[in-house]
Write a protein that binds this ligand. Sequence first.
Ligand code: T1G
Length: 702
Amino acid sequence: MALVHTEDRDGVRIITLDNPPVNSLSFALSGEFYPIVEAASADESIRAVVIKGANRQFSAGADINDFATEPTPETKTVRDVIAAIERSDKIFVAAIEKNALGGGLELALACDYRVATADTKLGLPEIKLGLLPGAGGTQRLPRAIGAQDALDMMLKGRNVKSDEATAKGLLDEVVDSPEHLLDAALKIANAAPLGKRRISQRRVELGKGISAQAAAFVVSQAHKMVPAEDAGGLAAHKLIDAVEASVELPFAYGLAREARLFEELARSAPSFALRHVFFAERELSKIPGLPAAEPLPIAKAAVIGAGTMGTGIAITFAQAGIPVVVIDSNDAAVEKAKQTVFGMFMYQVQKGRMTQEEAWKLGQSIQFTEEYGELADADVVVEAVFESMDVKKEVFAKVDAIAKPSCVLASNTSTLDIDAMASVTKRPERFLGLHFFVPANIMPLLEIVRGKATSPQTLATAFKLGKTLRKTAVLSTNAFGFIGNRMVFDYAKAAGELAEWGVSPMRVDKVAKKFGFPMGPFAMGDLSGIDVAWHIAKARPDVARGKTNVIDRLVEMKRLGQKTMAGYFKYDKSVGKGREPIADPEVEALFAEEAMKAGIAPRTVDDREILERLAFALINRGAFLLEEGVALRPGDIDIVYVYGYGFPPHHGGPMWYADEVGVKHVYERVVAFGWEPAPLLKALAEKNGTFANYKQGELIHA
Ligand code: T1G
């Protein structure tokens, strides 16, 4: 089926890109597109060319799948198409709808005029894939909007809406609806004065009030503002080099430097890792063997419990446009929740992200009540009460008696047994876990926990709800700690073991942060609360308890973490607003004392072993979870850890990282550490396998 169509209308050639779902500019499409542009340029009978997209959008850019294949000399790419437009003497008009991203925007920038619908997103997000715009974007965007703005947009991979794009000079016209787009483009094509309006021929303005002499300084400063090349900043530094070329070199030379830098990045480990994260995220909702099912509509939600989680979940529903009723009989909790909601929306207003009126409307869409009867017309009920099975069972028995038959019941529990809760209801097929991460209205990760009886329709409803709530939803089966928390127990135990040998918590955290985690294991423990960890260790010592009584001693000393200004670290309101971990010799002494009592001798550990113990604990547990069927794919585990626990995305997630360092090496080190190696890890190590090629479904129990 043709990927590019043409039609002539009143002396204008209309070229339509048609590569569903997002008109990605694949090698195949470019192979059709290139001769069509060349033919249009040579056709005396036409005055101008309009390029538009089918499938209700312009283009999401080059096809990311193509980067894995080496193009042959005959292969035409989006770069060749853009070069053909550049050298043509015809007027080209881009008619842009919904998305003009990456190569899509680069294609539009090579045109002489650009018209877009009001809801269009334009951007060069290549840095999110560990790349830089490789089809002229680093040379044309600075010429179009100034080097400083261009650098800011590309370094952040930030998309802009049509109004901002117009203000920046990226668009010539915005139409209010897609129906008017082609006419507007044709009008320009027919009315524009003959002659090209090439962006490539403009000089680069640096930005408001920045002189050309300041260019080198501005660019040199940019290098200081991004992470080191080996800490996730490789693409950023190369992107800055490319923009520097746009300022210093003639266009053609800048284009050549961009191409060289792009090729370097396309073959870099961070880019392979980031492209893996991109596709792994889009695999999440594809559940092999799950019968197709129509998701149920979710028009109203109810949340049981007005605590921190319940309030955050309610805000998440409200922000997604779903009215929600929060049920709690504790007046103080309800009052606090109302304050939180008010404060949250006013903050958005202060930040200019919404108007007062929008904030008011959102606030009104969250109602608080003590009456369970108010959930009678809810399509989903999310329980977020105290982490006690008895309390949850009591809540669900009440909810089940009132909720309408089609209503989905969900628990936000972080570790407890979903099937046990479902058993007190008459609807186990409509019961599952929806595990949000604190703060629920900010953290993108959502674990969907299927019970034994959860139906395909309930799962389909949960995945659709996850997308509506703008969450990254990962499927887990019903096992203690699901995926993320189950892995974090091993991670925390590995960290605790290091501290028992005399490695300071601050040093362990420093190694984790150097690897790319936003915070180390001890700071994370202080953030989530040492009392929370203590409860879990009490419930499941086999899973979550270390070899010493340090955690008991900290709880006895009321050192519960950030919330008590002391935990593994101490905190001081005058330092980092009381959130900056400060090494505490008292805790280091406590580890030494408890280690001695447990007969654990001190030992020295180098940074490499510290990192390996932290990372390989995650990998080993991840391999167990794959075998046990708790996690469906290695990529699912990677997404959980990148989106939920800050694993550095330029290492692709724990299972991707295992392939980077070598599964065999991981297995050998796990054995050397004296840990029980996962049989899957052993099996892959023995056959020199990788998690990336792991045959999904192998050893997976449905
Ligand atoms: N290439 C290949 N497939 C893509 C794709 C792309 N660029 N973008 C999306 N898809 C697939 C995606 O895998 C999914 O497939 C389906 O489309 C729907 O996507 C030379 C080098 C456009 C905002 O980084 O941001 O141009 O799961 O689920 O939520 O300089 O997709 O259905 O099989 O995300 O509506 C730069 C990436 C590329 C944009 C739509 N462009 N895409 O979001 O749907 S590199 C990007 C997105 C480049 C040039 C450089 C989003 C979206 P499946 P989806 P969505």
